[in-house]
Design a protein around this ligand. Structure first.
Ligand code: ADP
Length: 335
């Protein structure tokens, strides 16, 4: 599809360019040939007579002028033909190159969309086939009530997973098309993180993780939408918990620099290889080490990045494989 569009565009551009150039050349030629003849001879005659010591301008001179005019016209014709012939080669080549450059970002975004749709469908298929499998088994024969309860519970889990996936996809789609409005207000970052930590209490205790929270000495506010910032830091904290082995550490630090509130979340977890650090913010990207061991869609960090972008902030990662990972978020303090 891309190649055909590129070829069509090159053809259209070449035809437009050639038609224009031929038209200009034709006008130039006609104009030039029209100004030759008697009027031209009169002009040359007037110039000639204005020269000091000019002798009489006879019919012989007029013939010479006529011949010179015809020669110049022939030369112009040749120049036009050579130029247009050369352009016949240059224009399509240049057109092919330029349309390639113009279409490259469109092709990239088209490929990304295709990949996104295929990844999303793949992720949706998994919970759906689990649901169908469980129900088919349950329907095969009469069973006791606790069995059905178990099926309903695990079905609900899968439905929750599906709902979460759809929510995430919707959020990303809206952010992509700038249809995700942000209701900005001043938010106390320390307060927000404290209440978030309370929500993660159970997960933290279950893995016996040690949390060290270093709030700033004074109140630091960020300018943003509370629900989105909760979503952003939930994703980062959830990852820190997920990817840190039991008994590990998580450090959370709030600070500020110039016009930015800074939050860094560091863990003593499995870390991320250097070559993967640039890719983890891509949609559906999961490291092989995570795929087999933890549940997730690979959307948490792309949502975090979208939220940071909507707030005109920045997010970065620094990590040592097998040792630690630090995610740092910069959020503007004011509008
Ligand atoms: P998910 O956690 O659902 O897989 P994310 O988008 O949140 O998706 O993260 C993408 C990938 O980045 C994860 O699969 C994991 O491999 C890696 N990752 C994210 N956070 C951390 C972390 N704190 N420590 C190690 N790896 C991480």
């Amino acid at each position: 599809m891309y190649k055909r569009a590129r070829l069509t565009l090159t053809l259209i551009y070449s035809v437009i360019f050639f038609s224009l150039f031929w038209l200009i050349s034709l006008c130039l030629y006609l104009w030039f040939s029209g100004s030759l003849g008697q009027g031209y001879i009169t002009k040359v005659k007037q110039r000639h007579l204005s020269l000091p010591f000019a002798e009489e301008f006879g019919s012989q001179n007029a013939t010479i002028v006529r011949i010179a005019g015809n020669l110049a016209l022939e030369e112009l014709r040749e120049i036009i033909l050579v130029l247009n012939g050369g352009l016949l080669l240059i224009v399509p080549t240049l057109g092919w190159f330029l349309t390639g450059r113009t279409l490259a970002p469109i092709e990239k975004s088209y490929e990304q969309q295709k990949e996104f749709v295929s990844d999303a469908s793949h992720e949706m298929r998994t919970p759906l086939s689990i649901l169908r499998g469980e129900m088919e088994v349950a329907l095969k024969k009469e069973r006791a009530a606790p069995y059905y309860k178990g099926i309903i519970e695990s079905s609900k889990e899968e439905i929750d997973r599906l709902a979460q996936l759809i929510e995430s996809l919707l959020f990303l789609a809206r952010s992509d098309h700038a249809r995700q409005p942000v209701e900005f207000q001043e938010i106390d970052i320390t307060d927000l993180l404290n209440s978030l930590l309370a929500k993660f209490h159970f997960k933290i205790d279950r893995k016996k993780l040690k949390i060290e929270f270093v709030p700033a000495e004074r109140i630091i506010t960020a300018y943003g939408q509370a629900s989105m910032l909760v979503n952003l830091f939930s994703n980062l904290l959830d990852n820190a918990i997920k990817y840190t082995p039991s008994g590990g550490n998580i450090w959370i630090k709030v600070s500020s620099k110039k016009n930015f509130a800074i939050v860094s979340i560091k863990d003593s977890g499995i870390g991320i290889r250097n070559e993967d650090q640039g890719k983890i913010f891509d949609r559906f990207y999961r490291l092989d080490t995570s795929r087999s061991k933890t549940k997730g869609f690979g959307l948490g960090l792309s949502i975090a990045k979208s939220i940071v972008d909507l707030h005109r902030g920045k997010i970065s990662v620094a990590s040592k494989e097998g040792k630690s990972s630090t995610f740092t978020v910069y959020l503007p303090k004011q509008a």
